[in-house]
Design a binder for this molecule. Structure first.
Ligand code: RM4
Ligand code: NI
Length: 290
């Protein structure tokens, strides 16, 4: 007979829909089921989580949705810190569509989810409020607990992704990944298709997201990064134009000059001269973009 954890033992009152059980640390715990559902969020450390006979090595950022009829246990724990958010669907009173707010629960649904670092920070603060609120039994607190639980569920959806589907990385994180790759790509050619392949991202969707968020195409943005770098180098370093071109990702210094002139209205050397050659007050030159 597996252990069954009762509502009575884990909820301070029969009217409460949500309870937060912090485990700092989570010790090894024998196989059990619950008379409630449970969301497990792992903050730190590691251990083995055995869910319906399947072992998962868990660590920070892992999230599990445990259904009433699941059986699970913890083993080989090592400084494992997690929170259990316990809830009873039948005690919710706000009339929300929980089937749509929580991830699908079918047999082929992913079992292990990952929460991004940003998601963890957001979840952390909601759980802190929920922990306090969920102990109170007046009607308003009960509603507020449900609302906070809703907020948590939405954060987990927005900032979480199935552990076996890294290409479904939340949009914000996809964009961060791309941005840092582009910053590192100023001096070398950047291959977006290759980048997407390496990071298991959908190229079309990422291009669209980039455009939506920045108002530029990836190519335009990269070109502007290169030109900013070129202006900076021209102004601060006394090197050859060809060297500036190479350090900004152009193999061909003539082509660099064409692009630079088209963008600024000045050739690279004329642009540089603005900062170095003293100009007589009467001389008029085309106004250059900064
Ligand atoms: C235990 C363990 C179980 C959970 C209970 C509430 O320490 O984390 O999985 O159901 O707490
Ligand atoms: Ni449990």
């Amino acid at each position: 007979m597996t252990l069954i954890l009762s509502r009575e033992d884990y909820f301070p009152a029969a009217s409460l829909p949500v309870a937060v059980a912090e485990r700092m640390p989570q010790p090894s715990f024998p196989p059990h089921r619950h008379e409630f559902s449970e969301i497990v969020i792992v903050w730190r450390g590691n251990g083995l989580h055995i869910l319906n006979d399947r072992p998962w090595l868990i660590t920070c950022g892992d999230v599990f949705y445990i259904r009433d009829n699941d059986c699970h246990s913890y083993d080989s724990v090592n400084d494992l810190v997690l929170d259990n958010i316990l809830y009873c669907r039948d005690r919710f009173g706000l009339g929300l569509e929980w089937n749509q707010l929580l991830p699908p629960q079918g047999d082929d649904a992913p079992r292990c989810w990952r929460l991004t670092t940003r998601g963890m920070a957001l979840a952390r603060s909601v759980i802190t409020q929920l922990e306090r609120e969920s102990r109170k039994t007046d009607p308003l607190s009960i509603q507020l607990s449900e609302a906070l639980f809703l907020q948590l569920a939405l954060i987990l959806r927005r900032h979480g992704y199935a552990a076996d589907r890294p290409w479904a990385l939340p949009e914000g994180e996809q964009l961060d990944l791309l941005m840092s790759a582009l910053q590192g790509a100023i001096a070398r050619p950047f291959d977006l298709a290759l980048f997407c392949q390496q990071n298991q991202l959908n190229e079309r969707a990422l291009k669209q997201l980039f455009r939506q968020q920045t108002g530029m195409t990836v190519g335009h943005y990269l070109r502007q990064l290169q030109l900013c770098q070129a202006k900076y180098l021209l102004r601060t370093q006394d090197c050859l134009i060809g060297e500036v071109a190479a350090r900004c990702g152009f193999d061909d210094s003539n082509y660099f000059s064409v692009v630079f002139t088209r963008d600024t209205g000045l050739t690279p050397s004329a642009w540089r001269q603005r900062f170095f050659a003293p100009r007589p007050a009467s001389q008029t030159t085309a106004m250059a973009k900064p």
